[in-house]
Design a binder for this molecule. Structure first.
Ligand code: NAD
Length: 481
């Protein structure tokens, strides 16, 4: 059985304790590889390598840093099929989706920051004839980058690329649920000739490896994407140590549909925004609010089209819904469907697990599920489920839609469907969220600020915001006379 390795100081290494965790393929529920069960000793080695490398990487010309990032991007693109197959096997997502979205985006992240750093600049502030101030943006130090399982290489690289571009060195931890493409990335970095210690990847459990990274006294900044509860825990460790913190957390995103929308566009996009990646995208719209005159038509068409979505083997071309990432998450989603029923919800389609049979009969599949008849304040409508489960709720006025949309503790993304221009802008202005998509979903320009409000996070990724995060501005004031 394949044993994955850590990537420390430019080399692949076994965990010091030589202990491993099982890695499951969600498509068939079988163990297919072993993940290093690293601990704080491995983190210490990785930190030492990163700290030593920081001395030279932080003063390496940006053109050279750019060269390595672009080289890594090229290699990811060259290995598109291998990486997409690995991502699909590790995560359960359809191969087609990994090939179209996850892996190209990982390459794009490296390319974006490999070129972005060449345009990164700082301001100066003149005080007429008396002095001039200029700002230096200096890499902060060794960065801890921790990512989740839903978009494994996509989100891992979304942190690593700006950190390296900015001149930080990195100790990174992918999710223990989906470690495979991070391991393949370490091989790519070796092939690209990335100098030793610049990027270090330590595999293992959150409470062990993640915690050691977060509480390390000499790691001054943490970029984290994951659940809100984990984010809260990390913040409680980082805040008294005055660490720089970027937290991208959970969501419970509203999808608000007005009767005057472009119906066909809305319907096909809503199928994707509800169920892509088995609903396991932090940006999926899990609460769908529909203006009452359109409600019945929408419900009937949405349910009919959802029933036609093919659930099953992630490697098949026509599969729309693959496997849920893990047995634990599969059980959690099913428990929320039970809760929805207890809360009075009416399951219009799905609502149960699915068995594709044969080789895949032990896999973790759930039919795409639509529930109506729930109060907007109930737990099903307030807590993040993070699976192929959406609720639909009618509304009568713009104010009511807004009130329900803003009623959760989260505020990550939102969608508004309307052809009324002023209403679209009015809604965008009033929604509590870091992202508002008007008549679209998941349309991403990497230059834009990305992140959430309230319990969805602190700080922004994307564009120059990420380069700002990984650098510390220093004002230099020069007296002229
Ligand atoms: P998680 O919080 O369980 O784990 C995320 C990462 O944190 C993993 O690598 C894990 O090992 C690590 N971790 C766990 N405990 C830790 C600890 N004590 N100290 C340090 N690290 C620790 O989240 P998950 O289940 O992997 O991912 C799903 C969640 O991520 C959902 O809530 C989803 O909304 C969120 N998410 C948010 C965004 C965003 O951009 N806002 C994007 C994707 C996913």
């Amino acid at each position: 059985m394949q044993k994955l390795k850590n990537y420390i100081n430019g080399q692949l290494a076994e965990p010091i304790a030589k202990s491993y965790i099982d890695n499951y393929s969600p498509a068939n529920g079988k163990v297919y590889s072993l993940i290093p069960d690293s601990d704080e000793k491995d983190v210490e080695l990785a930190y030492a390598a990163a700290a030593a490398a920081f001395k030279s990487w932080s003063v390496t010309p940006k053109e050279t840093r750019s060269y390595y990032l672009l080289k890594i991007a090229d290699l990811i693109e060259q290995k598109l099929d291998v990486l997409a197959a690995a991502e699909s096997k590790d995560n359960g997502k359809p191969f087609k989706l990994a090939k179209r979205v996850d892996i190209p985006r990982a390459a794009a992240n490296f390319r974006f920051y490999g070129t972005g750093i060449l345009h990164f600049s700082a301001q100066s502030h003149a005080m007429e004839n008396s002095a001039i101030n200029y700002t230096l943006k200096q890499p902060v130090g060794v960065a801890a980058c921790i990512s989740p399982w839903n978009l494994p290489l996509y989100l891992f690289s979304w942190k690593i690329a700006p950190a390296l571009a900015a001149g930080c060195t990195v100790v990174a931890k992918p999710s223990e649920v989906t470690p495979m493409t991070a391991f393949l990335l370490s091989e790519i970095c070796i092939e690209a000739g990335l100098p030793p210690g610049v990027l270090n990847i330590v595999h293992g459990l959150g409470p062990k490896v993640g915690n050691a990274m977060v509480s390390h006294p000499n790691i001054p900044l943490i970029s984290f994407t994951g659940g809100t509860a984990t984010g809260k825990h990390i913040a409680s460790i980082a805040a008294p140590m005055f660490k720089k913190l970027s937290l991208e957390l959970g969501g419970k995103n509203p999808n608000i549909i007005f009767a005057d929308c472009n119906y066909e566009d809305m319907l096909s996009t809503t199928l994707n925004s509800s169920f892509s990646n088995q609903g396991q995208i932090c940006l999926c719209g899990s609460r769908i609010f529909v203006e009452r005159p359109l409600y019945e038509r929408f419900r009937n068409d949405f349910v009919a089209q959802t029933k036609r979505m093919k659930v099953g083997d992630p490697s098949k071309e026509d599969t729309r819904i693959g496997a849920i990432v893990s047995k634990g998450h599969f059980d959690k989603i099913l428990s929320y469907i039970d809760l929805a029923k207890q809360e009075g919800g009416n399951v219009l389609c799905g609502g149960k697990s699915f068995n594709p049979g044969g080789e895949l009969s032990e896999g973790y599949y759930i039919e795409p599920t639509i529930i109506e008849g729930l109060d907007f304040k109930c737990r099903t409508n307030q807590e993040e489920i993070f699976g192929p489960v959406v609720t639909i709720t009618p509304f009568d006025t713009e104010e009511e839609a807004l009130m329900m949309a803003n009623s959760t503790t989260y505020g990550l993304a939102s969608m508004v469907w309307t052809e009324n221009l002023t209403r679209a802008h009015r809604m965008a202005n009033a929604i509590h969220a870091g992202i508002v998509w008007i008549n679209c979903w998941l349309l991403r320009d990497l230059r834009t600020p990305f992140g959430g409000v309230k319990a969805s996070g602190v700080g922004r990724e994307g564009g120059f915001e990420a380069l700002d995060f990984f650098t510390e501005p220093k004002n230099v004031c020069v007296k002229l006379n």
